[in-house]
Write a protein that binds this ligand. Structure first.
Ligand SMILES: Cc1ncc(COP(=O)(O)O)c(C=O)c1O
Length: 383
């Protein structure tokens, strides 16, 4: 049997102590035990997102969280500004159209980051904008956007809400919901929080509530007013995917024990090591604005390099699963994570495997360079 080494920026591998919770017999969710569990998870998430706002668990993948955020805050015909820079941020625009919003786009090319000044200019030109939708880590490109500065630009230049998709970034890339003027944020269970797939967390601050209360109810399952009412009784309005929450509770405890600042520092160190390794191989990374949660790099363009062979070599020979490119970058890039239980050993082994797989796929790499470059970073940056 081959070892599986999931290096994708979600889903990611789940810590063993957390997996073990899945082995326990099913218990009911309308119980004091569940209420205590839900309260513990919500409190821990508040620390991780750095918010005093309300936090809810929604059964459904990250996109369910995005849909929840948008449909609760935007009425038909209202103008929204979508910051679009890749596959996932484009989803905000798609959702906006489905829910009848007048969608303004501020698009940057894939691999680029948004300029807070441009966000400010857009808002000045469109004072009717009800909400701005952004993304912390654009997983399709590996960019981490300057959410803190964008949040300040939104607040200084408008009354619009600021809604952030932190699905893959939160818990790995620095994120401070309240002090960064973020009104609503979404996280996925299967990314840096190391849970199994199928859960979304939605966080809503006081400005968001004012808007949510005024927005016509649309949809039933994702109505945040229902989630808020149930949370007052420490529970969820519908049967939750409780096994996800049980696992998450264990993971969140360990993140809190480490301290979120230390988690960010640890992830940054691994990211720096991965970036140095990729650079040492001579591959071009996708962005000058890299997230710490993941790294993405272009395949060599030289003939006879075979990208499919590279990906399958990584998977079948080394058990390493990378994420492939999407949209315009399909077949052009690979993406790897450095969050969750991914550690120094994984980064070093993966980089060394990348050199061997490149060589097997027709691009002879100079062996040993990537891991050596990463090792130097690991020596330089203290754990
Ligand atoms: C930034 C971002 N947004 C949204 C999504 C969609 O989440 P899901 O596939 O869990 O619905 C993802 C998933 O990779 C993501 O990384």
């Amino acid at each position: 049997m081959k070892k599986e080494r999931l290096m994708t920026p979600g889903p990611t591998q789940v810590p063993e102590e957390s997996l073990l919770t899945l082995a326990r017999q099913v218990t009911h969710h309308r119980t004091p035990q569940f209420e205590a569990l839900y309260t513990r998870v919500r409190k821990a998430l508040g620390v991780i997102l750095r918010t005093e706002g309300d936090l809810f668990f929604i059964t459904g993948s990250g996109t369910a969280g995005m849909e929840t955020a948008l449909m609760n805050t935007v009425a038909p015909g209202e103008t929204i500004l979508v910051l679009s820079s890749g596959k996932f941020s484009e989803r905000w625009a798609e959702l906006g159209k489905v829910f009848g919003a007048n969608v303004l786009l501020y698009s940057v090319p894939w691999g680029e980051a948004f300029s807070p000044e441009q966000v400010a200019d857009s808002l000045k030109a469109h004072p009717e904008t009800a909400a701005v939708f952004g993304t912390l880590t654009e997983t399709s490109t590996g960019v981490c956007h300057p959410i803190e500065k964008i949040g300040a630009a939104v607040r200084e230049n408008s009354d619009a809400l600021f809604v952030v998709d932190g699905i893959s970034g939160i818990g790995a890339d620095r994120f401070e919901m309240d002090s960064w003027n973020v009104d609503l944020a979404v996280v996925g269970s299967q990314k840096a929080l190391m849970g199994i797939s199928g859960g979304a967390i939605v966080a809503a601050g006081p400005r968001a509530w004012k808007k949510i209360e005024r927005t016509p109810r649309r949809g039933y399952y994702f109505d945040l007013l229902k989630y808020r009412k149930s949370a007052e009784a420490q529970t969820t309005p519908f049967t939750p995917a409780k096994p996800i929450l049980e696992g998450l509770a264990v993971n969140l405890d360990s993140l809190l024990e480490e301290g979120i600042e230390n988690v960010w520092r640890r992830t940054h160190r691994l990211a720096e090591a991965a970036r140095a390794g990729i650079d040492a191989i001579g591959l071009a990374r996708t962005t000058l604005f890299p997230a710490d949660s993941m790294t993405a790099a272009f395949f060599p363009e030289k003939d006879p390099f075979d990208a499919k062979r590279f990906m399958s070599e990584m998977q079948t020979r080394f058990g390493v699963k990378f994420a492939a490119g999407q949209g315009p970058w399909k077949g052009k890039i690979f993406r790897m994570a450095h969050f969750g239980i991914i550690d120094e050993f994984d980064i070093l082994g993966t980089l060394a495997s990348v050199e061997l797989a490149l060589t097997a796929a027709g691009y002879p790499a100079e062996l040993g360079r990537a891991a050596a470059a990463a090792q130097r970073v690991l020596v330089r940056l203290t754990a």
